[in-house]
Design a binder for this molecule. Structure first.
Ligand code: PEP
Length: 255
């Protein structure tokens, strides 16, 4: 982690959480954050399901915790039943939108082109896109991990990226929800390759400011080691973000 990038610890609740989690989880984290007597040394974000966004926005108000959504549509508005526009997400208080999560790439067949359009829409609405990339186990075993991931970065990250409007999340598909994590060396190598690709397109100064998160079974027991890596600027956390003590402990490992 570099001095110039603030570590981001973002919780992806996925299709979990209900009304109980508004006060129980978001409110709990907000209480811990506001109870700190010194600056936390990291930024925290929570990304609940769409219907909870306005309620969670209230629960975390003035705590310093940021709100994020898990997806948005690539178009500004229109006849897209079941989808949600980036503009509306910004209106209800989102600062971040996760796009291109591997579960969406798999479950909904999202392509790099669609992910790029979603990221562009999020950025146009004034939010930062958290663009997810990651290789499958078969791709890693075939020695293609870097080629696949850098290809996704090139295909999914829109032009005009800045440190303010873009976060990249490297999430090896085989590590998500499995309890397996990338080795520190593999994670650092991939994060460095992602940053080099960003530098090729946007220049070294811009790339040096863009945060690259690691995601895939990050938990209190492995967070400190991963977050200490030079090019790992935070975590995108699924399962462990649903337990306040665990998510908070990951934040403490970053701070
Ligand atoms: C995720 O889905 O973004 C994720 C990293 O999940 P988990 O932490 O549960 O592996």
């Amino acid at each position: 982690m570099s001095q110039e990038r603030t570590t981001l610890i973002a919780g992806n609740w996925k299709m979990n959480g209900g009304l109980d989690e508004v006060d129980g989880l978001a409110g709990d984290l907000a209480g811990r954050m506001t109870g700190l007597t010194a600056a936390p040394g990291f930024e925290m974000a929570v990304c609940p399901p769409f219907p909870l966004l306005p309620m969670v926005a209230s629960a975390i108000e003035e705590s310093g915790i940021a709100l994020g959504a898990q997806d948005c549509h690539g178009n500004e508005k229109g006849a897209h039943t079941g989808d949600v526009s980036a503009k509306l997400l910004a209106q209800v208080g989102c600062a971040y939108v996760i796009v291109g999560h591997s579960e969406r790439r798999t479950d909904h067949g999202e392509t790099d082109e669609q992910v790029r359009a979603k990221a562009e829409a999020a950025q146009a609405a004034g939010m930062a896109a958290i663009v997810c990339v990651g290789e499958t186990e078969a791709e890693r075993d075939a020695g293609r991990a870097t080629e696949v991931v850098v290809g996704q970065v090139v295909g999914s990250v829109p032009e005009g990226a800045t440190a303010e409007n873009l976060v990249v999340a490297y999430e090896p598909v085989w590590a998500i929800g499995t309890g397996k994590t990338a080795t520190p060396q593999d994670a650092q190598d991939m994060h460095a390759a992602i940053r080099a690709s960003l530098a090729d397109r946007f220049g070294g100064d811009t790339a040096a400011g863009i945060r690259i998160l690691y995601g895939g079974s990050m938990k209190p027991g492995n967070a400190a080691e991963l977050l200490a890596l030079a090019d790992v600027d935070g975590g995108l956390i699924g399962g462990a973000s649903l337990v306040a003590d665990d998510f908070w402990a990951i934040g403490q490992a970053a701070g």
